[in-house]
Design a binder for this molecule. Sequence first.
Ligand code: SAM
Length: 218
Amino acid sequence: MSKPPGSPIALEQRTATDDRLHSPSAGRNRDAIAAVLADVLPPDAEVLEIGSGTGEHAVAACRARPDIRWQPSDPDPASRASQAAWASEADGAIRPPLAIDLLDPQTVADLPPFDALVCMNVIHISPWGVAEALAALAGRALRPGGCVMLYGPFMEGEATAPSNRQFDASLKARNPAWGVRALDDVVALMAGHGLALNQQIAMPANNLSLIFKPSEPR
Ligand SMILES: C[S@@+](CC[C@H](N)C(=O)[O-])C[C@H]1O[C@@H](n2cnc3c(N)ncnc32)[C@H](O)[C@@H]1O
């Protein structure tokens, strides 16, 4: 899988304070997400985050769980600069960001194992190949006792919220390769890499937190 030249990277709305970018949606959601992460992350977890955006979620999670270490990443240089700037507020818990692009296998070739893989608001706003690469990465580099946390909107068949149907249509109008992913498809994809859905947590604004764990002990 290679990234087509010039394929766009979608970024959320942001405002700036020096290098630190602020995402209104991260500002609204980060406390609820940090509470979920505080509950599910293993003790002293080494966390790898994919598509960290502004880096605000990392700070909130590390404040909620001072025992963890957080590795942010993003293909977008301005996002990485923001992540590095926000890291100064986390007492050394947040590592310098990595330039991980899940459509470029070289950027994940030499990653060390991790206890948790976190990916929020990414797989609907990127090609399905990003979800495939994420699942493959989790399948090969998650340590025993670890977990994967996905956050965002999902299509849930008849139960899909109207706002998520509208969001799906707007994403596809912007890029036919994007779209709100079907929960069943994501669960099947992860199962193909030995990861079973362990918790499905309803979040504000019709989002879900999905927690996956190895289906067999590693
Ligand atoms: C909508 S933003 C979400 C940012 C952050 N996770 C949040 O929830 O606030 C999507 C993020 O996915 C990243 N992204 C897009 N394509 C990616 C890819 N191929 N590999 C890794 N990250 C990607 C973008 O750079 C961007 O930071």
